[in-house]
Ligand binder design. Structure first.
Ligand SMILES: [Zn+2]
Length: 99
């Protein structure tokens, strides 16, 4: 059994052949995966790509300062907001016209 710290799936397993001919597994830290939109999967702009930068920078520099900044891309946000507004506008007016 490997050491507990190496069981993490955030570590990438790489098979290496040593000079002595043995095949060993090396564990490498996964790094620098760009943040993606939670709805369509597009790469988010305005979010630093490097993990180190994401850790170090102030919060305001880590994502756009709009609602769902760093979670949804602007296209998806626009669509979500439009859907939300349409849903909430249509149902109360229909209810008030019948009553
Ligand atoms: Zn999106």
């Amino acid at each position: 059994m490997v050491r507990p710290m190496y069981r993490s799936r955030s570590l990438k397993r790489v098979v290496r052949r040593t000079p002595g001919g043995r095949v060993v597994v090396h564990y490498e830290r996964r790094e620098n995966t760009p943040m993606r939109c939670g709805r369509c999967g597009a790469i988010l702009s305005g979010v630093p790509i490097k993990d180190r930068e994401r850790r170090k920078l102030p919060k305001t520099a880590k994502r756009p300062e709009r609602m769902f900044g760093g979670v949804l891309c602007p296209k998806c946000l626009r669509e979500v907001l439009k859907e939300f507004v349409r849903k909430n506008l249509v149902s109360p007016t229909a209810g008030s016209s019948t009553s």
